[in-house]
Design a protein around this ligand. Structure first.
Ligand code: TYD
Length: 242
């Protein structure tokens, strides 16, 4: 699979769907250690630099109720089906309380994770049936807008685990651990596979990124990808030239 090659400019039809201001609903996906947080901040700063209003959010979470459910799903022991039900309950509230109102206001929305996390973690990695996940996604998401574009930050699970170890060794305060942190390398390799399948189903509305490349190289590509999405296809202040 090409490492940055699947990025596509949005078609005119999708631009029209995205509202008068052309704001979009963007999602970043990847296993922990892939660099999502760094790149999320970069995307938001590029958009803000071009005069756009941006809402940053995350899953599980992103609304008061969903943040309470996040605490439960990350820390209380439970089986996979219970986990799935709570994640979709949180997503429903997140969409209704936070994401859809922001898109209606013309804001860009950037979410750290969305339903492809569920497909990868609860589906491919935990083995819950994809028919169940797709039926729940349909029930929870269908009446409003879904992601316009998903960025997948991919790297081997071993490399991600090393980055996490290095990060916590360098941190002043110990990072809070959750139930997913104790999963095996094999689990996270299944998550990667799940993301690959999700990306294939998303056709041109996704970008597959080799997250082992230097941060600057990835951000040059992100800036180039976003250029046509901004008013008048303008160049983005502060963006590295591709
Ligand atoms: P996150 O805060 O992104 O954690 P991390 O620091 O690991 O990136 O997400 C918390 C965990 O929730 C993460 O390990 C993946 C898991 N998760 C699922 O299993 N399914 C989902 O649908 C979502 C949104 C998250």
């Amino acid at each position: 699979m090409s490492l940055f090659g699947s990025s596509q400019s949005p078609s005119p039809e999708r631009s029209a769907e995205s509202g008068a201001t052309g704001s979009r609903f963007l999602v970043l996906e990847g296993i922990d250690g892939a660099g999502k947080t760094t790149h999320l901040q970069f995307l938001a700063s590029q958009l803000r630099g071009a005069g756009q209003s941006v809402l940053i959010t995350r899953e599980p979470g992103g609304s008061p109720l969903a943040e309470s459910l996040r605490e439960i799903v990350l820390h209380s022991p439970m089986d996979g089906l219970t986990e799935l039900l709570i994640i979709f309950a949180a997503r429903r509230d997140h969409l209704r309380q936070t994401i859809w109102p922001a898109l209606d206001r013309g804001q860009w929305v950037i979410s750290d994770r969305f339903t492809d996390s569920t497909r990868a973690y609860q589906g491919t990695a935990r083995g819950l049936p994809s028919s169940l996940i797709e039926a729940m996604a349909q029930a929870v998401e269908a009446e409003g807008r879904g992601p316009d574009h998903v960025f997948y930050f991919d790297l081997p699970a071993e490399v991600a685990a090393k980055r996490r170890r290095d990060r916590s060794a360098g941190a002043l305060l110990a990072e809070e651990t959750d139930r997913f942190d104790s999963e095996t390398i094999a689990f996270f390799e299944r998550v990667r596979l799940g993301y690959r399948l999700a990306a294939e189903n998303r056709a041109d509305r996704q970008t597959w990124i080799d997250a082992q490349r230097p941060v600057e190289a990835i951000q040059q590509d992100l800036a180039r990808l976003m250029k046509p999405w901004l008013p008048g296809g303008s160049s983005v202040p502060g963006a590295a030239s591709p």
